[in-house]
Design a protein around this ligand. Structure first.
Ligand SMILES: Cc1ncc(COP(=O)(O)O)c(C=O)c1O
Length: 383
C-alpha cells in the first residue's frame, strides 16, 4: 500500500477507519463480525451487515474456506444500497469468529470485482493475513508453489486498504496500522491519528515497539515460522478430536475452538455455556480461554442463537507441546464432568464490548473441578 498510518493497536486503526469512512446510516457488509471492528462502525453511526457464507456458522462443516463472503448476498446488499450508502466492504482474513477460517483468493477476487463494479471501498482486516495465505497455499488449487510473501502481497493487492492488529501475525505485544492507496483517505486518517493516537509517524507506539513490529512483519512472511505455530493449533486440535471433544473443524490457525453447545448440551444459551466452560477450564487446570458465544456476539439484547464457542488461543512462541498436552487433558477432564457444570448469570454488564469485563455468578454452586494431581489428568499420569 502507498500510505501507512500506525496506531497503538488494531482497534485504534479501526477507530480511525470508521471516523474516515463511516457516516450515520451507512452500512458495512462483512464476513461475520469482529467485536471491536463492529463496535467502532456502530459508534460512528454505521450499520453492520453480515454477508458470511452459511458454513461460517456450522462448526461441523469441513468447508475449507469459511472466511468466504456469500457473493449473492453481497451483490444483493450492494444493488439495494443508494449511492454512498455502503461505507466499505470488509473481509477478514482467517475469520476469528468462525474459528480462524480462511477465505479463498477466488472469493476475494470476486468481492473485489463486485466492489469495483459498485464503486465501494474494499478493506481487508489483514490481522491474520499470513495464516490465511498459508491456508490458500495448502488448500486452493494453483497456489502450492507460491511463496508466502507473494500470497500475502496477492491478498493485499485485491483491496483498497487493510487494517492490522499487529499483536497476532506480527508477533508484537502492541501495535497496529491501517494502510491504504488513496491519498484523500490517507489524509483523513492522518488528520484523525493526531487527535486519537499520536503523530502519523508513530501512532501511539514507542520507537522500540515500531522496531519490533518491523521485524515481526518480516518474520510474518516466513513460511517456516508461520507453519510452525499453525502446526501447534493442529496438534492441539488432533488431541482434542482424539478425546472426542466437539471442536470447530477444520482446525483454524491461531486457536482451537471448542463447541460449547455440544459440550454442555444441558445448558440453554441464555445460561452462557461458553462462558461456563471457560470458567470450568480455568478452575480445573488454570487454562485461560476466551468466550466467543452469546456474551461476545449478541447485539444489544436482540435474540441470539449463533455460535457458542470457547477459544483456546495459542499465542505465538509461547507454549511447548507439553503445555498443549496439559490443555487437552484439562479439557477432556472437564468433559468427563460436563453434566455437573451449572450455567451462569451475568452480574455486571458493561454497555460496550461486555465480554471484556462482564462479571458472572454460577446459577448453582460449581463442583470442585480442580485437578490437584497430575494423576487425575489421564494422559499425564506416570505409566
Ligand atoms: C480480526 C481482528 N481485528 C481487529 C482486532 C483488534 O485488534 P487489537 O486487539 O489489537 O485492538 C482483533 C483483535 O483480536 C482481531 O482479531
Amino acid at each position: 500500500y502507498r500510505y501507512l498510518i500506525p496506531a497503538h493497536q488494531g482497534r485504534g486503526a479501526e477507530h480511525l477507519l470508521a471516523l474516515a469512512l463511516v457516516r450515520p446510516g451507512t452500512i458495512v457488509p462483512s464476513n461475520l463480525y469482529f467485536t471491536t471492528s463492529r463496535e467502532h462502525v456502530e459508534l460512528a453511526g454505521g450499520i453492520w451487515v453480515d454477508v458470511a457464507v452459511r458454513e461460517a456458522t456450522e462448526p461441523e462443516s469441513l468447508f475449507p474456506f469459511k472466511g468466504n463472503i456469500d457473493l449473492a448476498r453481497l451483490e444483493e446488499v450492494l444493488a439495494a444500497a443508494a449511492p454512498g450508502e455502503v461505507a466499505y466492504v470488509r473481509q477478514e482474513a482467517c475469520l476469528n469468529m468462525a474459528g480462524g477460517q480462511p477465505f479463498s483468493i477466488e472469493n476475494l477476487a470476486a468481492v473485489r470485482e463486485l466492489t469495483l463494479r459498485h464503486g465501494v471501498p474494499f478493506i481487508v482486516d489483514a490481522t491474520r493475513i499470513s495464516e490465511n495465505a498459508l491456508f490458500v497455499k495448502e488448500r486452493e488449487p494453483g497456489y502450492a508453489e507460491r511463496s508466502l510473501a507473494s500470497l500475502i502481497r496477492l491478498i493485499a493487492d485485491h483491496a483498497d486498504g487493510a487494517i492490522f492488529s499487529s499483536k497476532k501475525d506480527h508477533f508484537v505485544p502492541i501495535g497496529g496500522f491501517v494502510a491504504v492507496n488513496d491519498l484523500d483517505l490517507a489524509r483523513k486518517l492522518r488528520e484523525q491519528v493526531v487527535v486519537y493516537e499520536g503523530f502519523p509517524h508513530y501512532g501511539g507506539m514507542a520507537g522500540h515497539d515500531m522496531e519490533a513490529l518491523a521485524q515481526g512483519i518480516r518474520e510474518s512472511t516466513d513460511e517456516r515460522v508461520v507453519e510452525a505455530y499453525v502446526s501447534q493449533a493442529r496438534y492441539l486440535g488432533a488431541l482434542l478430536e482424539d478425546a472426542d471433544v466437539p471442536i470447530v473443524l477444520p482446525v483454524g490457525a491461531h486457536a482451537v475452538f471448542v463447541d460449547a453447545k455440544r459440550f454442555l448440551p444441558h445448558l440453554e444459551q441464555t445460561e452462557f455455556p461458553a462462558q461456563t466452560l471457560a470458567a470450568a477450564f480455568y478452575l480445573a487446570g488454570g487454562v485461560r480461554s476466551m468466550e466467543r458465544g452469546i456474551v461476545s456476539g449478541q447485539h444489544g439484547h436482540e435474540p441470539y442463537d449463533g455460535l457458542e464457542l470457547v477459544r483456546l488461543t495459542l499465542p505465538r512462541r509461547v507454549y511447548t507441546q507439553e503445555h498443549l498436552t496439559w490443555v487437552a487433558d484439562v479439557v477432556s477432564y472437564v468433559r468427563s464432568r460436563a453434566e455437573e457444570t451449572p450455567g451462569l448469570r451475568i452480574t455486571y454488564e458493561p454497555e460496550h464490548l461486555r465480554f471484556f469485563q462482564a462479571r458472572f455468578a454460577p446459577l448453582q454452586p460449581f463442583p470442585d473441578l480442580a485437578i490437584e494431581h497430575a494423576a487425575q489428568a489421564p494422559a499425564l499420569a506416570p505409566a
